[in-house]
Write a protein that binds this ligand. Structure first.
Ligand SMILES: C[S@@+](CC[C@H](N)C(=O)[O-])C[C@H]1O[C@@H](n2cnc3c(N)ncnc32)[C@H](O)[C@@H]1O
Length: 197
């Protein structure tokens, strides 16, 4: 990881490991089961495989995905991917960034937001440049979710219910008290909420 004063980036390249981390595969299955096509999606944590972006770009889905990765290696794989496949670039944009530095002014509204890796990557290094809290991230992206849209969490995340500084479960408990959202239920490993309206 980088020094305190510099960006807390992710120095790794995550391949699709469905047995260990099935959230992205479950997400695409959920999209299909719900008949979600031509939607706009914000996806936190693309992985180097860029599975969600690639799958969503297919003609049978045509969902527009804005993904974020904090890994230079994963971002480099995205650049190679879309140079080879402009058909994917048309529907899938990936930014290199830090979810804790999200700027609402730079975001459109979305039909669906994934927050699968909430609480996994925030730490003292994020504090060094006054990054957002996990609750702030959840609130900001909820504000950017269209009424009737969906927000999904990943119950298989190691930070979902851990003893760490803040678990996703605790953030969700605080978040749902103040935001106009309703718990829809579980789909495989995913916890699905719907924004009212
Ligand atoms: C364990 S990988 C999982 C990738 C994919 N969702 C999957 O399940 O296969 C975690 C992902 O979160 C991203 N990530 C880590 N810290 C981040 C941050 N601060 N902001 C945005 N993305 C981050 C990494 O770049 C990586 O793509």
């Amino acid at each position: 990881m980088a020094d305190a004063a510099t960006l807390h980036f992710w120095d790794a390249d995550w391949d699709l490991r469905v047995a260990e981390c099935p959230c992205d595969v479950h997400f695409v299955e959920w999209l299909d089961e719900m008949g979600m096509r031509d939607r706009t999606i914000y996806h936190f944590g693309t992985g180097g495989h860029h599975y969600v972006g690639v799958e969503c770009a297919k003609p049978e889905r045509r969902n527009a995905v804005l993904g974020i990765t904090a890994s230079p290696q994963e971002y480099e794989r995205y650049i190679k991917l879309v140079i080879a496949r402009p058909d994917v670039l048309r529907h899938y944009n990936c930014v290199f960034g830090d979810i804790y530095l999200l700027n609402e002014k730079l975001l459109p509204s979305f039909d669906i937001v994934t927050l699968f890796h909430l609480c996994e990557f925030r730490g003292e290094k994020t504090d060094a440049y006054r990054g957002l809290s996990d609750l702030h991230v959840a609130n900001l992206l909820t504000d950017k979710t269209k009424p009737g849209g969906f927000i999904l969490f990943y119950t298989g995340s190691y930070a979902f219910d851990w003893e760490g500084p803040m678990s996703a479960k605790r953030v969700i408990a605080d978040w749902e008290k103040t935001k106009p959202v309703k718990r829809v239920g579980l789909y495989e490993t995913l916890l699905v909420y719907r924004k009212e309206g």
